[in-house]
Write a protein that binds this ligand. Structure first.
Ligand code: IPE
Length: 267
């Protein structure tokens, strides 16, 4: 990341973990994504990854998103969920460092605080310092302290939307386990029709109809993810949603080439 307006890449937990089984990474995909990011060679990139089967099951088990209920088991669950995310983040960082990317992991639980689940405080002193040295910051969906409800989950998509608005991102690329948005679930319906292009009005009409994620998802599945992104799209950020489980779409999307997926623009 440097002083230029950033490009933000969200790597969905559904792409880098197996959501059918708890804490199962897809290391082949993680490695290939690091290779694609290296190949894109961007100085103004911010990466955010999701939790998949590392973050969601633990967060759900202890109802972390709903806030702290003064329950000692839940207090431990908060620590455990953060730890699970650092384990997945460690695998992502292994791949980044192996591919000689100047990547630095930044834990949202150490620099973000929410109020009723919405970002209230972000101390970006450290991020700015890394930006000066042109490091690629790697954030992830995490547990965070909350000024009203004690603690909660801050999803990768909330982070993406917040960072995109704050730093006026030119583009958001979302890598997921399907090639963009479809009119029904392409995993269960082979006739599902992909949306190639959507404007904000079309997206808002579609948003409530978008499906719930497979497996445990405490942050609202695709409908929840899109709801988070709407303000950034309103502010003029272009969004590409594409598949991250197969080769080159992420590299192509990051370098402004056409991809199989959904392009979203304000108008
Ligand atoms: C979830 O982040 C983080 C935790 C549950 C701690 P996301 O909501 O961004 O994760 P994915 O991409 O849906 O898996």
């Amino acid at each position: 990341m440097n002083d230029a307006r950033p490009i933000i890449l969200k790597i969905g937990g559904s792409a880098i973990t197996d959501k059918a089984e708890e804490a199962q990474p897809r290391t082949d995909i993680i490695n290939r994504l690091a290779e694609e990011i290296k190949r894109a060679d961007l100085d103004n990139l911010i990466v955010v990854h999701g939790g998949g089967s590392f973050g969601h099951p633990t967060a759900a088990r202890y109802a972390i998103k709903e806030g702290y209920k003064e329950d000692p088991a839940q207090k431990q669950g908060f620590a455990e969920t953060h730890h699970m995310m650092t384990v997945l983040n460690g695998l992502v960082m292994d791949a980044m460092i192996l591919h000689e990317l100047p990547a630095i992991s930044i834990a949202p639980s150490s620099c973000f605080m929410t109020e009723n689940g919405k970002v209230k405080i972000f101390d970006d002193t450290i991020l700015q310092g890394y930006a000066k040295l042109v490091y690629t910051p790697i954030f992830y969906g995490d547990v965070v302290l909350d000024q009203k409800i004690g603690f909660t989950v801050l999803s990768g998509d909330q982070l993406v939307a917040y960072l995109a608005l704050k730093y006026k991102a030119t583009k958001i690329v979302i890598g997921t386990d399907t090639d963009g948005l479809f009119d029904s679930d392409p995993k269960t319906n082979p006739n599902a029709k992909p949306f190639k292009k959507l404007n904000l009005k079309e997206l808002k009409e579609l948003q409530p109809k978008l499906g719930k994620a497979q497996g445990t998802d405490v942050t609202g599945g695709m409908a929840g993810k899109i709801a988070e992104l709407i303000p950034a799209i309103e502010a003029g950020t272009h969004v590409t949603i594409t598949g991250a489980t197969k080769g080159l779409s992420i590299y192509r999307a990051l370098t402004d080439q056409s991809v199989l997926g959904t392009e979203i623009e304000k108008a």
